[in-house]
Design a protein. Structure first.
Length: 97
């Protein structure tokens, strides 16, 4: 959570300070290490790597989302699989045939 000063700065700049993003990403990676088969953490880690332009790392996590789903009837898990699939269909992941 941002302190009031950081919150004011973020509102003025229109974005969260990089240090907050880095800290949040470190927390996400730590959560992934504790619970390696948590589909939500896996998806968000992949999406974050994708946003950072680290496509090989992103691909690893996004492909894992496709195999981690334990409850195929769960609407939330299906949504995560669909999101990961859509990202993997992007230009950074398409392999030449």
């Amino acid at each position: 959570m941002l302190d009031p000063v950081d919150k004011e700065i973020a509102e003025a700049l229109g974005s969260v300070p990089n240090s907050s993003l880095e800290s949040a990403f470190e927390d996400l990676l730590a959560a992934n290490n504790v619970s390696t088969d948590e589909i939500e953490n896996t998806l968000f880690t992949g999406k974050t790597y994708d946003a950072m332009g680290l496509y090989e790392n992103a691909e690893t996590y996004l492909k894992k989302v496709l195999t981690v789903s334990r409850e195929p009837e769960c609407a939330v898990e299906r949504e995560y699989v669909e999101k990961a699939t859509k990202i993997l269909e992007g230009k950074h992941y398409l392999k030449d045939s």
